[in-house]
Design a protein around this ligand. Structure first.
Ligand code: SF4
Ligand code: FES
Length: 249
């Protein structure tokens, strides 16, 4: 396939960026989207030009590093799929593909398609952990927990912290990300001890970072590669209301 690419190029956060046209030739339908970009970069390097900066690590949908908006959709057109697992067979010969970085005030562009997502790390540092001694895995396995609760906690733990939910949201809200972490931890007995302090600390940190609020439109759920349900946000709101009620700090 021969594809026309419009790729966001930006030297750093202090400069303005723009879409630059490239042609990707001899693209195999079996290539992943990131492999296609690797080939484009090899061509640029051979010509002595600056390679396009983009993030990736596992390329298996696990780490949450890949972060491209493809034709206006974070992670591209396939539901429940990270952009590293998107394949070129999804496109047709002659297609034009626009590739941009996540866009949110709290995720400043580092270079080209790479954004700084350390705001998520600071939210986790604020409260996304269990600090009481919970013992080892055998101790955890001896605690009887209803199956539906275990499964809901595990489904929430599937969040890979990619930030697509923020990129899709018109308010740049981090609610889906935070609610997945809060659900994962507060549903289990080991996480209940700090549940109210946790929800307050994480939401306060998200406000400090400049993430917006939630207006319940579900764009986050639609693009989440791990299909984290928006019902987690309702759970987070209930946790927050209870925390406010008891005056948790
Ligand atoms: S909730 Fe989904 S979209 Fe948001 S950070 Fe987690 S995995 Fe990514
Ligand atoms: S590179 Fe790890 S999830 Fe895409």
């Amino acid at each position: 396939m021969r594809l026309n690419l419009k790729i966001w190029r930006q030297a750093n956060a202090a400069t303005s960026g723009r879409l630059v046209d490239y042609v990707a030739d001899h693209v195999s339908p079996d290539m992943s989207f990131l492999e296609m970009l690797d080939v484009v970069n090899e061509g640029l390097i051979k010509k002595g030009e600056d390679a396009i900066a983009f993030d990736s690590d596992c390329r298996e949908g696990i780490c949450g590093m890949c972060s491209l908006v493809v034709n206006g959709i974070p992670h591209g057109p396939d539901r429940g799929t990270t952009v590293c697992q998107l394949h070129m067979r999804r496109f047709k010969d002659g297609d034009t593909i626009t590739i941009e970085p996540w866009r949110a005030k709290a995720f400043p562009v580092v270079k080209d398609l790479v954004v700084d997502r350390s705001a998520f790390d600071r939210i986790i540092t604020a409260g996304g952990y269990i600090s009481v001694n919970t013992g080892g895995a055998p101790d955890g396995n001896t605690i009887p927990i209803p199956k539906n609760i275990v499964e809901a906690a595990m489904d929430s733990a599937a969040c890979i912290g990619c930030g697509a939910c923020v990129a899709a949201c018109k308010n740049a809200s981090a609610h889906l990300f935070m609610s997945a972490k809060i659900s994962h931890l507060s549903l289990l007995p080991q996480g209940k001890i700090e549940r109210y302090r946790r929800v307050v600390a994480m939401i306060e940190q998200a406000d400090t970072e400049g993430f917006g609020s939630c207006s319940n439109e579900g764009e986050c759920e639609a693009v989440c590669p791990k299909e984290i349900p928006i019902s987690n946000i309702a759970r987070m709101t209930r946790e927050y209301m209870r925390a406010m009620w008891i005056g948790a700090k």
